[in-house]
Design a protein around this ligand. Sequence first.
Ligand code: SF4
Ligand code: SF4
Length: 198
Amino acid sequence: MGSVKDYFSNLGSGIASLLKGMQVTGKEFITPKITEKYPEDRETVHVPDRFRAILQLKYDADGNHKCIACGICERNCPNGTISLTTKMVDTFDGKKKRKLDKYQYDLGSCTFCQLCVTSCPQDALEFSNDFEQAVFTRDKLVKKLNYLPEKEEPAPTPEQIAKMQAEKEAKIAAAKAAMAAKKAAEAAAGNAAEGAEK
Ligand code: SF4
Ligand code: SF4
């Protein structure tokens, strides 16, 4: 008699367990999925904007970046991932200016700490969330970030030309005045010496 009672007791707990399992399965069945079917859903796959996939220079609509080749990002990178080559160019006002020649970035050694981005005084860097960066050899992970053709130094505006001309004339006038003052002082000193001799 006891075995019949145990039989139905076990049967009841088995059915309860089965229903509990089906409840969990049913709940998961209707819960929206958080996984992506990559690469089948490549066109619609959602990657959060803040995901750090690869470093890049920010370019404006005219294809200009804001890097001034100061080297702060290169010095702050803990992994030696960034390597800058710079060059000196002549500006329209006859001065020399340091410019970026090559911004080299090794994705293979980047730990995505973002120190380079946060320390850049020009806000010239950002991380792209373009995660498809797989390549077959490590050397292909070394990228040149200033990949767009370099723009010529901008021609001076009429206002800049007028300002340069005014500064030049002011310098000449100041030099002439200084020379005249020096001559006058020398003449005065000469006269004083003559007076003393008499
Ligand atoms: S990206 Fe920024 S920190 Fe790096 S060299 Fe250019 S301006 Fe300087
Ligand atoms: S994210 Fe970090 S490791 Fe990567 S280049 Fe920038 S500073 Fe270097």
